[in-house]
Design a binder for this molecule. Structure first.
Ligand code: MEV
Length: 323
């Protein structure tokens, strides 16, 4: 029986969250916290999952029942990915999936998208089905939508392509950016944000004032496009300035929080070029762009108000075969 181990990175949103759900661009970078997944063929036609990090051990069901019943959240993305792959490319065998991740699901670094991409890429390789990157993206994105109901797919693209990407909703544009380093700082609020809930709340508010939200998303689009240029020129002061502008618009759509705003302000006051929340908002992380000599002062300021510093490297490789 064949076996393969695949890994895929988590992600951090740099610009354009929320607007990217509505046909606008964003900029995302893949970070060095990876999901590792081993997939083994099994003679009996069953799906089995061992995911110790999320306390799932020996979860098992017949392949024909994939996706049925109430799926525990921790298994749902992998099970749905196997289901979607199996429907399109029927497998003669069952599969045993074992996951192990570098990152805490709490930080919002995208463990669901990383595990979905690992599953689709791993199954394609294991079954010798030759899929293009875009085909893997489409099948993975379909999986995410089936479970979450919403999402732009930017996290799937980051897990798959790696690096830093200029991305438009649903993968309409997936453009790798040539950047080697990004002088950034990441702080965690201590609260886990539930992205689908926050996206839904924003949609509800937008439905009451569609013109205002359209205007805000258009402005975010312009900021993202300007930041693409600034990134490519390595004009970090400009990137920081644009982050501050993006943050103001995120506050207008109601996705910042007292803790996020305090951490962002602390970073700005301690010498960052700019700072903003990253991802869905409400909880999760903030990021700042800063000259490296200011990192220590920013770390002290953010920690002092209860933020947790997270050391991650941006711009890392996308999904790959490990063994
Ligand atoms: C969440 O990390 C980012 C959002 O834009 C949702 C999405 O793009 O799928 C809020």
């Amino acid at each position: 029986m064949k076996k393969i181990t695949i890994s895929a990175p988590g992600k951090l949103m740099l610009f354009g969250e929320h607007a990217v759900v509505y046909n606008r661009p964003c900029i995302v970078t893949a970070v060095d916290q990876r999901m590792f997944m081993t997939i083994e063929q099994m003679p009996q036609k069953t799906f089995r999952l061992d995911a110790e990090d999320v306390f799932v051990m020996t979860y098992e069901k017949p392949m024909r029942l994939l996706g049925t019943g109430d799926l525990p959240k921790a298994v749902s993305f992998v099970e749905q990915a196997v289901k979607n792959f199996h429907e399109k490319y029927p497998m003669k065998f069952g599969v045993k999936v074992t996951t192990k991740s570098d990152f805490s699901a709490g930080f919002g670094f995208g463990s669901s998208s990383a595990s979905t991409v690992c599953a689709i890429e791993g199954l394609a390789r294991l079954n010798e089905v030759n899929l293009s990157k875009k085909e893997i993206f489409d099948l993975s994105y379909k999986t995410i939508l089936a479970i979450q109901g919403s999402g732009s797919g930017f996290d799937v693209a980051a897990a798959l392509y790696g690096g830093t990407l200029y991305f438009v909703t649903g993968g309409k544009v997936i453009q790798p950016m040539t950047i080697d380093d990004i002088p950034f700082f990441v702080g965690y609020t201590g609260f886990k944000a539930d992205t689908p809930t926050i996206v839904k709340e924003v949609a509800e508010r937008a439905s009451k004032d569609p013109d205002l939200y359209k205007k805000i998303y258009d402005e975010i689009e312009q900021i993202v496009n300007s930041s693409l240029e600034a990134f490519l020129k390595r004009d970090w002061k400009k990137v920081g300035f644009l982050m501050n502008m993006n943050q103001k618009l995120l506050e207008k759509i109601g996705v910042s929080s007292a803790k996020l705003s305090a951490m962002i302000q602390a970073a700005q006051n301690a010498g960052a070029y700019g700072a903003k929340l990253s991802g869905a908002g409400v909880g999760d992380c903030m990021i700042a762009i800063a000259p490296p000599e200011k990192y220590q002062a920013i770390e002290t300021a953010v920690t002092k108000i209860g933020g947790q510093v997270i050391h991650v490297q941006p711009n890392v490789a996308g999904v790959r075969k490990e063994i």
